[in-house]
Structure formats: structure tokens, C-alpha cells
Design a protein around this ligand. Structure first.
Ligand SMILES: Cc1cc2nc3c(=O)[nH]c(=O)nc-3n(C[C@H](O)[C@H](O)[C@H](O)COP(=O)(O)O)c2cc1C
Ligand SMILES: CCCCC(=O)C(=O)O
Length: 387
């Protein structure tokens, strides 16, 4: 697609997604909680760090491989789990995973994805983790663990920042429901985007493929995400459950949504092998700090071993170099690849990933860093501490 080739950055892909999707769907991807303070801060916080380059270091060969969730990956960038991908493009999670495979990246499948664990594993041989939301029906969690083992998933990520859905006011205003339905209000928006609306409203069946055999809350008709989460998610979750999950699974496990050094220590003490520093892309607790600002303190208490993944606000390859210089093992992205998916399916995801990885490589070359493992704290400086 010509338009994809003309997209020069993630912001361009966002603009394409905005044009292609009906407003309620675009807003669901793009929006955050309450006043969207955290949503904006997640990205703007990166601008508070400067990159300090070395020169004359022979940057003719750049090594970007690293290990994540115990797996070899080509780049220190993973794809965060996101739900409901079929709502954005009929090729859904498989389109995303195929593009991730082409770039040698680690892929995260969500509990609320629209593709089954087994189907994803059949199509995607690369490194993959399954993200767990714990439902009140605890049998589902044990079942996820068994299915992931059987399907050869390499890791799990337990999301802990979503005891209730955040207050996404754009979704309330738009009357977003699952599945999306035609209402008087949404009619114009759907009618103006037939390329999206016809397949989505008539064609592919939409459901939470990994849970609907046990929880069929949507069977009686469309409902809001707020009501679904409120009715189904288990708010009584504690660190004891992390211990249980770690021993039941026995493999790499990250706690997603950790924001403080204390909780990061707790995660490792409870059996996790890593943390995803995340505020859910600004979609849950508004006013939570930006993940990038928590990286150094969390790495400091955890030492060298555990995976520390900086999740949220990454929109440029340079952001990844900053996070690694502060101590992260890798960064993770959600919206950047979803904008690509909405803009052009697998080719759109591919474009998003290519742009970010080219930027990352170019940044390394310009900063005189020829190996990911050679990124040091001295390569980054907080603007507040400029000497
Ligand atoms: C549309 C959308 C759906 C998401 N669904 C999930 C989900 O099902 N499970 C989860 O743990 N996080 C989910 N997230 C959060 C992402 O995993 C990730 O933390 C966030 O997108 C990172 O911020 P970024 O979008 O700025 O990269 C979702 C995010 C978006 C934008
Ligand atoms: C409220 C959580 C449901 C899916 C999700 O994780 C998201 O939309 O961010």
C-alpha cells in the first residue's frame, strides 16, 4: 500500500489508523483513562532524557540480539499483549504475530485476544508469551497454564494493574460495546468507514476466543468493556497467587504493571523472573508515573538477573536506547503496532516494526554503540540533572 510506504514514523501510522477506523474503534485504541495525564506523560517523559554519544567506535557492524523470557530475540523490543485485535482488522492477532516473526521479535498474546492459544502457536514458531488476566473462575487460569505448556509458549505475563477497568471516557462517550454494534450515534461513523465496518459487523465472528467456552457473558448481547471486566475479573488477587502461578508454570514469568522498586522485589521473591514496568499505556490509573522514569530505580534493586521491561510510551527507536541505558532489558509496545494493524493489516504492523527498528539501529550507530550489551548508564542523562 502506497500510504503505508509514505508513513515515516509511528505518528503517520496513527493518522492512517484514524482515517481508516470508525471513531469509537480508533478511540478505544488511542485513548487513556480520565484526563489522559499518564497517557501523554508516558511518551513525553522520554524527551526528558538526552542521549550522550561516543564517537569513533567502529559502527560498521551493529549487534542487537538479546535474551528475553529466556529466549534469543533479534531486538530488545517486544509486542505487548493487546485484546480485541479482530475489532481493528479481520486478520487480527495472526497478522501481528507474522510481522513479529519476520523481525525476530517476542510476541505477547492477550487473555482477551480474539485468537486461540493453540492457533497462534501453530502459526507462529517464534518466541511467545501469554498474558494472563485472572478471572473469578479460577479454573481458567490453571487451564491457560496447561494450554500454554502444551502449545509451547515460552513465558507468561500476569497483568496486575486491572482489578477494574480504568475510566476511559472516550469509550463512555462513544458508547463502545463488545462486540461493537450499530447505534444511532455510531451509524455515521460506521457508514463513513465501510472498509472497516462491513467485515467487522457482518463477517468474522467476534469473541474472546480463549475464555468464551467457560465465560459467555457476551452471549446475551453486547455489553460495555467496563461491565465485562467488573463482572469477570478477580479483584482479590495477591502475591500469594503469584507464588501459586510461578510454581504451577515453572518457567519465565513477568509481572506486568509493576511500578515501584518494592513491588519489583516482591515479584521476584514471589517466584517471577521479571517485571514489566507498565501503567497499561495510561489506560488504568491516571497520574501514575511514566514507566521510563521508574526503570533505573527498579533495575537498581533487582540487580543484573531479572528481565526488566519498559512498557508504555515508546514511539521512536531512540526511546529504546534510553530505556536500556537506564537499565531495562527491553522495551515493549502496544499502540504503535495496533496503529499499523488498523492502517494495513500485517503490512501495516510490518511497517510499524520496520520504522522503529530502523530508528533504533540508526540511533545506536549515531551514539557510537555497536552492541546492545554495550549500552551504559553514561549514554543517557536526565535533563534535570544536566551539569
Ligand atoms: C487497545 C489496547 C488493548 C490492550 N489490551 C491489553 C490486554 O488485553 N492485556 C494487557 O495486559 N494489556 C493490554 N493493553 C496494554 C498493553 O499491553 C501495553 O501495556 C500498552 O499498550 C503500552 O503502552 P503503549 O500503547 O504506549 O505502547 C492494551 C493496550 C491497548 C492500547
Ligand atoms: C479493561 C481491560 C480490558 C482490555 C485491556 O487491557 C485494555 O483495553 O487496555
Amino acid at each position: 500500500m502506497k500510504a503505508l510506504a509514505r508513513a515515516n514514523n509511528i505518528a503517520d501510522l496513527r493518522a492512517l489508523a484514524r482515517r481508516r477506523l470508525p471513531r469509537p474503534i480508533f478511540d478505544y485504541i488511542d485513548g487513556g483513562a480520565d484526563d489522559e495525564l499518564t497517557l501523554r506523560r508516558n511518551s513525553s517523559a522520554f524527551a526528558d532524557y538526552e542521549l550522550i554519544p561516543d564517537v569513533l567506535t567502529d559502527v560498521s557492524n551493529i549487534r542487537t540480539e538479546t535474551r528475553l523470557f529466556g529466549q534469543e530475540v533479534r531486538w530488545p523490543l517486544m509486542l505487548s499483549p493487546t485484546g480485541l485485535n479482530r475489532m481493528f482488522h479481520p486478520d487480527a492477532e495472526l497478522a501481528v504475530a507474522r510481522a513479529a516473526a519476520r523481525h525476530g521479535l517476542l510476541y505477547g498474546l492477550s487473555t482477551l485476544g480474539t485468537t486461540r492459544i493453540e492457533e497462534l502457536a501453530k502459526e507462529f514458531a517464534g518466541p511467545k508469551v501469554f498474558q494472563i488476566y485472572v478471572f473469578k473462575d479460577r479454573g481458567l487460569t490453571a487451564e491457560f497454564v496447561a494450554r500454554c505448556k502444551e502449545s509451547g509458549f515460552h513465558g507468561l505475563a500476569l497483568t496486575v494493574d486491572t482489578p477494574v477497568a480504568g475510566n476511559r471516557e472516550r469509550d463512555r462517550v462513544n458508547g463502545l460495546s463488545l462486540p461493537p454494534r450499530l447505534t444511532l450515534k455510531s451509524f455515521m461513523s460506521f457508514a463513513l468507514h465501510p472498509g472497516w465496518s462491513l467485515p467487522a459487523l457482518t463477517g468474522s465472528k467476534f469473541d474472546f476466543a480463549n475464555v468464551s467456552h467457560k465465560v459467555d457473558a457476551l452471549a446475551s448481547g453486547p455489553m460495555s468493556l467496563f461491565d465485562y471486566i467488573g463482572g469477570q475479573f478477580d479483584r482479590s488477587l495477591t502475591w500469594r497467587d503469584v507464588e501459586w502461578l510461578a510454581s504451577e508454570w515453572g518457567g519465565p514469568l513477568a509481572i506486568k504493571g509493576v511500578m515501584t522498586p518494592e513491588d519489583a522485589k516482591h515479584a521476584i521473591a514471589s517466584g517471577a523472573t521479571g517485571v514489566m514496568i507498565s501503567n497499561h499505556g495510561g489506560r488504568q490509573l491516571d497520574s501514575a508515573p511514566a514507566p521510563i522514569d521508574q526503570v533505573a530505580a527498579i533495575r537498581d534493586v533487582l540487580g543484573d538477573g531479572p528481565d526488566v521491561i519498559c512498557d508504555g510510551g515508546v514511539r521512536r527507536g531512540a526511546d529504546v536506547v534510553k530505556a536500556l541505558a537506564l537499565g531495562a532489558t527491553a522495551c515493549s509496545i502496544g499502540r504503535p503496532y495496533l496503529y499499523g494493524l488498523a492502517a494495513g493489516g500485517e503490512a501495516g504492523v510490518d511497517r510499524a516494526l520496520s520504522l522503529l527498528l530502523e530508528e533504533l539501529e540508526r540511533t545506536m550507530i549515531l551514539a557510537g554503540i555497536n552492541d546492545i550489551s554495550g549500552i551504559r548508564a553514561r549514554h543517557v542523562r536526565s535533563r534535570g540533572s544536566r551539569r
